[in-house]
Design a protein around this ligand. Structure first.
Ligand SMILES: *[C@@H]1O[C@H](CO)[C@@H](O)[C@H](O)[C@H]1NC(C)=O
Ligand SMILES: *[C@@H]1O[C@H](CO)[C@@H](O)[C@H](O)[C@H]1NC(C)=O
Ligand SMILES: *[C@@H]1O[C@H](CO)[C@@H](O)[C@H](O)[C@H]1NC(C)=O
Ligand SMILES: *[C@@H]1O[C@H](CO)[C@@H](O)[C@H](O)[C@H]1NC(C)=O
Ligand SMILES: *[C@@H]1O[C@H](CO)[C@@H](O)[C@H](O)[C@H]1NC(C)=O
Ligand SMILES: *[C@@H]1O[C@H](CO)[C@@H](O)[C@H](O)[C@H]1NC(C)=O
Ligand SMILES: *[C@@H]1O[C@H](CO)[C@@H](O)[C@H](O)[C@H]1NC(C)=O
Ligand SMILES: *[C@@H]1O[C@H](CO)[C@@H](O)[C@H](O)[C@H]1NC(C)=O
Ligand SMILES: *[C@@H]1O[C@H](CO)[C@@H](O)[C@H](O)[C@H]1NC(C)=O
Ligand SMILES: *[C@@H]1O[C@H](CO)[C@@H](O)[C@H](O)[C@H]1NC(C)=O
Ligand SMILES: CC(=O)N[C@H]1CO[C@H](CO)[C@@H](O)[C@@H]1O
Length: 642
């Protein structure tokens, strides 16, 4: 029971039970720090209907043989009859289907409920819709409350519509008051007597102000929440959603760029047609805006349900990735660099990290991946871009010298704690990404990992978050071997989610974002980065776990700790070589009421306390960590031994 402070004992007993940790000055395992970042894919409306700020659901009637085009959730206003049409003169070859609104008299139109609501505030909304057909008169674009039926904003859009071509009609809306909640709809109405019986509509779009005012941009509230994590990288454009389910559909970079009317969309892996409005350029801008490095995942010749592209047939897909890289990084004089410039982006982006595929050891992809698929992409990329770190999508195979893998772990709290030493035996010099991790189910008496036939938590639970902290501390002790860690999935649309728990949950109402308990952990650990670890002596791990290090920018000493499965608070006495008596430190402590408490809409259970500590004789900091707590002790810079 060493290390346990037994309640009710005298101060003397406390002394004898204190865990005494001495942090040395040199010789830690890692001379680099572990990064924290984000992993994203459009999983049940976390992209479309989520971070992608478009407010209109099914704006362009996109569909495929897998997910046919639908009118839903549009409804008719007045006596209009709605039908989908594939006109001989479509808006574009990529958006062949449009909405025909038929009526010959009266005020008619179409209404859209958004993605389970529309957030209406006194701010400027920017919209447009394309129309084909004769109409003399004006359209009215408006936002209405579906609870009070009140018009919250309305504007007249003079028609310049004609039957000879598609014309884009633009408008802005500025509500005069905030709506009660997100139960609002968007509508376009017009006087049918001014038409020749029907009008065709397509690409009906409405955006609120976006993060950094990017056109076709991202939701400001979610971006601000992500920014709070100080992330270093974004793994994109997804895992399964990159792979696609079956031929010929996978995430094709070239179909996600350019004008929205030229983006075909595709049936993603989560049961709906992706608009591709959130495309390659938007991902790169997302990285720019949060100061993250892209970890670009490339399609590696394997569909989620199989098959793998044969070795003989792989060359065009490798070539396509090289074209993608030229689009992102090439000079304007190159073929794809010129394409980028033609879209308005003369300045190239840079890619330092690439991941080849996603979980290619699974679903029957392993043999082809380990025998030729990884190699083909790796070799081609390295030949042109020798400085890019090319990662494998799994740790199941041991590839070339600098190639590392991506380790994914969804499991139970006890199992995560048992993985504290997991990376100790990994090779150094090979940066493995912990590209997906999360505690997803409660402990079971028999132990073991996740049981996929049992339900997963809706939100991260505090016991799981603390277990993740133990796992991450074990990872940080091995930071030289690790590229970084990203919790997954990132975003949960509370109105249509497939996979839980997730780091951040949201709905149409921007005031209802849920920053989970695991968000609070990443916020703390990512916000206190080490650039190298320091050796520690004294104490054995469990129920307390720790890692010590320094940050060579701030000059601070850092100790990250977590306590799991303790029957009592753990007293700790910590000294750092080079830190003298009188030095000051802050101890940031996260606790929550019980292991099975969780954050939900309007409720944050995580208590964060920040204590100022002063080193006593010998430079010692003394404090106590309760059961199920996470703490970071940071000794301000300036006391560093050179
Ligand atoms: C640990 O800290 C406590 C509280 O400051 C102190 O009384 C005790 O002497 C320390 N124990 C050791 C072994 O340094
Ligand atoms: C700080 O540490 C990082 C490794 O984490 C290293 O790349 C960098 O060169 C160091 N900077 C200084 C000034 O020592
Ligand atoms: C809003 O309009 C609908 C449909 O016309 C109607 O059923 C409902 O009673 C109205 N609600 C209010 C509060 O007026
Ligand atoms: C609407 O705006 C676009 C630019 O976003 C412009 O190209 C188009 O001409 C505008 N439409 C009209 C009718 O002014
Ligand atoms: C995008 O690239 C894929 C693969 O090379 C190709 O099949 C497809 O036709 C391209 N799409 C467009 C719009 O060029
Ligand atoms: C936590 O304690 C329980 C009950 O004593 C035990 O079954 C479990 O293995 C412990 N978990 C860890 C990670 O030590
Ligand atoms: C997983 O859960 C299912 C449903 O309760 C159960 O039938 C099965 O035995 C469990 N599997 C394991 C390995 O515990
Ligand atoms: C995921 O999205 C699709 C399409 O919107 C929907 O049919 C499905 O029910 C969603 N899944 C869940 C679990 O919400
Ligand atoms: C360094 O790593 C080894 C295992 O690889 C581990 O036993 C040791 O405790 C680690 N030391 C530190 C200070 O992290
Ligand atoms: C301590 O934490 C464990 C989980 O790590 C929990 O199961 C246990 O109930 C807690 N013990 C006490 C005494 O609070
Ligand atoms: C009256 C009311 O607020 N109704 C609904 C508003 O929308 C949410 C979903 O976003 C529903 O849960 C409410 O019941």
């Amino acid at each position: 029971m060493r290390g346990l402070y037994l309640l009710g004992f005298s101060a003397l007993a406390v002394v004898s039970h204190a865990l005494t940790i001495t942090v040395g000055s040199t010789g830690g395992n890692a001379t680099s720090g572990m990064q924290y970042g984000l992993m994203f894919e459009d999983i049940n409306h976390s992209g479309d209907g989520g971070i992608y700020a478009e407010l209109i659901q099914n704006r362009a009637f996109q569909g495929s043989t897998v997910i046919p085009s639908t009118i839903k959730p549009w409804t008719a206003i007045g006596g209009a009859i709605l039908s989908l049409k594939v006109l001989s003169q479509p808006l574009s070859s990529t958006l062949p289907t449009s909405l025909n609104v038929a009526a010959s008299s009266g005020v008619v139109g179409i209404s859209n409920p958004g993605w389970w609501g529309i957030d209406v505030k006194t701010q400027k909304y920017t919209g447009s819709f394309w129309v084909k057909g004769n109409y003399k008169g004006a359209f009215i674009a408006s936002l209405e409350s579906s609870i009070t039926n009140e018009t919250l904003a309305s504007t007249k859009v003079d028609s310049v519509a004609t039957s000879s071509e598609w014309i884009q009609h633009n408008f802005t809306l500025v509500p005069h008051q905030d709506a009660l909640n997100a139960n609002n709809t968007f509508s376009i109405t017009y006087d049918a007597s001014g038409t020749s019986g029907s009008l065709d509509f397509n690409l009906i779009s409405l955006f609120p102000p976006t993060y950094k005012d990017r056109p076709n941009g991202l939701r400001a509230d979610i971006m601000e929440a992500l920014g709070g994590l100080k992330p270093s990288f974004l793994r994109m454009p997804g895992g399964n959603n990159l792979e696609g389910n079956d031929p010929p559909y996978y995430w094709k970079w070239n179909e996600t760029i350019g004008a929205l009317k030229d983006r075909r969309g595709y049936p993603g892996t989560w049961g709906y047609e992706n608009t591709n409005g959130l495309g390659l350029v938007e991902y790169l801008q997302w990285c720019e805006d949060l100061n993250m490095e892209p970890v670009l995942a490339i399609w590696a010749g394997f569909y989620l349900d199989g098959p793998a592209i044969s070795s003989a047939a792989l060359a065009p897909y490798v070539e396509d990735v090289m074209n993608e890289l030229e689009f992102i990084m090439g000079p304007v004089s190159s073929q794809y660099g010129a394409l980028r410039a033609s879209l308005g982006y003369t300045k190239p982006w840079s890619i330092k990290y690439i991941e080849v595929g996603n979980e290619d050891n699974l679903g029957g992809g392993g043999t082809s991946y380990s025998s030729y698929r990884f190699e083909a992409f790796y070799t081609a990329i390295k030949a042109v871009y020798p400085d890019i770190l090319v990662m494998a999508s799994t740790v199941a195979y041991n590839f070339g010298t600098d190639a590392a893998g991506d380790y994914h772990q969804y499991t139970r709290p006890d199992y995560f704690v048992g993985q504290f030493n997991y990376f100790d035996h990994f090779r150094t010099g090979h940066k493995t990404l912990i590209g997906e991790y999360a505690a997803v189910q409660p402990n079971i008496p028999a132990g073991g990992g996740v049981n996929w036939s049992l339900p997963k938590w809706k939100f991260p639970m505090w016991i799981g978050t603390v277990a993740e902290a133990v796992f991450l501390i074990g990872a940080e002790r091995n930071a030289d071997k690790l590229f970084g860690a990203s919790y997954a999935p990132l975003l949960q649309n509370l109105n249509s989610y497939e996979w839980s728990p997730d780091l951040i949950s949201f709905s149409a109402d921007t005031s209802e974002d849920v920053l989970s308990t695991s968000y609070r952990l990443v916020e703390l650990f990512s916000g206190t980065r080490m650039t190298s670890t320091l050796p520690t002596t004294g104490g054995t791990f469990g129920p307390a776990y720790w890692v010590a290090g320094t940050n060579n920018v701030t000059g601070s000493h850092i100790l990250k700790t977590a306590v799991y499965n303790s029957t009592a608070p753990v007293p700790m006495n910590v000294t750092f070589a080079g830190v003298q008596a009188g030095a000051s430190a802050t101890l940031t402590l996260l606790t929550a009421p019980g292991g099975y408490s969780f954050n939900s809409v309007g409720n944050d259970v995580v208590q964060k306390t920040v204590q100022k500590l002063q080193a006593t004789a010998g430079g010692m900091f003394a404090f106590r960590l309760p059961n199920l707590s996470v703490g970071v002790l940071e000794v301000a810079g300036g006391q560093r031994r050179s």
